[in-house]
Design a protein around this ligand. Structure first.
Ligand code: FAD
Length: 512
């Protein structure tokens, strides 16, 4: 241990070969390379008590996406004369066991700002350093190092997008290493090595889920999707708020978020490809609405999350307004199970369950509806549902956006509420999105598709959809519920007055 010239590269996120500094460093001078991924049973094992198929921590769509990403990584490593070593167990214990068994002098893994990895990495790092193993843990999941930004800002994360962008400057370029081969895997000792499991191997039944996400995991898919998206005019003209949230056959945005979440795609490479187009098309959109601006939103939330204790909760979180949210499990369940009686909201929640992805403005609609718009349910409850079901579920971005949408932080115009009936109609007057995800309403005439409870009985009968029997009556009246929400938010804001001064006025201008 610690004396050989072998390297262990530990994949967690960063499931890719391109622009992977940990892999590059690990392989540079090594005689042997151990590419490792540890399957944590808690993350993968079926949980029969969960509200949707999956483990206690992740929905099945995300587990499947991760497994596909691992299969792709294994294939790409095999093409370079290596392979992915799958191990199972508590990740810290497994990696420490490998370090004891294998003759390695370097341990390389991508730096991770999430609290889960921060705690895990301390254990492994401490062991490695005490054993004389060099640890290399570069920042490569984000464009910038959140620590540097926080340092530049005097020790606190910038809390407005504008101030973040001013501080950030230009990100470093991605690595351009192209491998012709990688060092061979060394002697494996007593470590149990597995192939990448299938979802059936993990104990999930064939018919566990009726429809799987159309987005397949892996670096190869990510790079293919990136190439397809990098059409000069589309990228140059991209303005996020102008996108159609109901477009599902051809989404209005890149759908690269799941690939960024698992690091199948390097954000630095993505950013560079956008900049290449901007250079050739000088007339292009700008942050915050441009495509490069979207990547900066990601950075903004990563930095805010890393620099804010208790970022994932209301209590003890200095940037989060304290609001007396309702504890109403019935309303939460109606929202989660797509039974609110508002077709626009329910169709989005079905898309979330089936695909694990929805357009940003669709996420806005359902998050606003659950919290300050209509139901006044705690944002942490909605966050939990997204965290489980999204394939792009990301600790920093999800928590940050839930605080934003619930007007708990970053954005404070609580009087601006998304209508659950008219917002979607602007984009999709015929209701095609609703008809697709809620087939029970497929024959409802377009005049009633957003408010089917207003359809006369004869129309409901003709459409084979009786409201109250085949599809629910709305759980609230939007007019009175939203009025009541505004009133409660006003009261809560008055009580939070001392907190208001903590964030800059320019946050209010940050409408995406
Ligand atoms: P594009 O518009 O093509 O943008 C490119 C990339 O920029 C995205 O892949 C993403 O990495 C980043 N990005 C775009 N918008 C945002 C944003 N508002 N904040 C931070 N980064 C952004 N995104 C996640 O990746 N994971 C989450 O868990 C998540 N939870 C969300 C919860 C709520 C309540 C809301 C309102 C938004 C959430 N988002 C989350 C942000 C955003 O909706 C998605 O990143 C985006 O819809 C992904 O689609 P895309 O890749 O096509 O985005």
């Amino acid at each position: 241990m610690g004396s050989g010239s072998g390297s262990l590269v530990w994949f967690r996120k960063g499931i890719r070969i391109h622009d992977n500094p940990a892999l590059e460093f690990a392989s540079r001078t090594a005689s042997h390379l151990y590419p490792v991924f540890v399957i944590d049973p808690h993350y993968m094992k079926p949980d029969p008590n969960a509200f949707s198929p999956g483990s206690s921590r992740a929905g099945l769509n995300r587990i499947k996406f991760l497994l596909e990403s691992l299969v792709d990584l294994d294939l790409n490593l095999k093409n370079l004369g290596s392979r992915l070593l799958i191990l199972k167990g508590d990740p810290a214990e497994v990696v420490i066991h490998c370090l004891k068994e294998w003759n390695v002098s370097k341990l390389c893994f991508e730096y991770d700002t999430e609290p889960y990895y921060q705690a895990l990495d301390v254990k492994v790092k401490n062991f490695a350093l005490a054993a004389g193993i060099e640890v290399f843990s570069p920042v490569s999941h984000t464009l910038f190092n959140p620590t540097d930004i926080i340092h530049k800002n005097g020790g606190k994360p910038p809390l407005s997008y504008q101030s973040f962008v001013k501080l950030a400057g230009e990100p470093p370029s991605p690595l351009t290493t192209v491998y012709s081969s990688l060092p061979p895997v060394g002697h494996l000792g007593s470590c149990d090595i597995f192939e990448v499991p299938t979802i059936t191997d993990l104990g999930y039944g064939e018919a566990e889920q009726d429809e799987f996400s159309p987005f397949k995991g892996g670096e190869s898919e990510a790079l293919k999707r990136l190439d397809e998206c990098m059409k000069d005019k589309w990228v140059a003209n991209f303005e996020k708020p102008k996108g159609n949230p109901s477009a599902f056959l051809k989404p209005a945005t890149t759908v690269l978020s799941p690939y960024l979440k698992f690091g199948c795609l390097s954000s630095r490479y993505f950013y560079q490809r956008i900049q290449d187009i901007y250079r050739s098309m000088p007339k292009h959109s700008s942050p915050p609405v441009s495509l490069s601006g979207q990547l900066l939103w990601r950075e903004f939330f990563y930095t805010a999350a890393f620099g804010t204790p208790n970022f994932d909760r209301m209590k003890g979180n200095r940037i989060c307004k304290q609001i007396p949210w309702k504890d109403d499990d019935k309303l939460l369940e109606a929202w989660r199970e797509a039974r609110t009686g508002f077709p626009w909201i329910d169709a989005i929640m079905i898309q979330l369950r089936r695909w694990g992805w929805m357009h940003h403005l669709a996420r806005h609609s359902v998050a606003c509806f659950l919290t300050r718009g209509d139901l006044f349910v705690h944002w942490e409850k909605g966050r939990d549902v997204f965290e489980r079901l999204l394939i792009d579920s990301d600790w920093a971005i999800n928590n940050g956006n839930w605080m934003w949408l619930s007007c708990s932080s970053f954005f404070y115009q609580y009087n601006r509420i998304y209508s659950p009936t008219t917002f979607g109609k602007k984009y999709d007057p015929n209701g095609d999105y609703i008809r697709h995800f809620l087939p029970v309403l497929k024959d409802m005439p377009k005049e009633y598709i957003y408010e089917p409870w207003t359809a006369p009985k004869s129309i409901q009968t003709k459409a084979n959809c009786i409201i109250g029997k085949d599809y629910p009556i709305p759980v609230v009246s939007h007019d009175s519920a939203s009025k009541e929400c505004r009133r409660k938010m006003g009261e809560a804001y008055a009580l939070n007055k001392e907190l208001n001064g903590l964030v800059g006025e320019d946050d209010l201008k940050n409408l995406r």
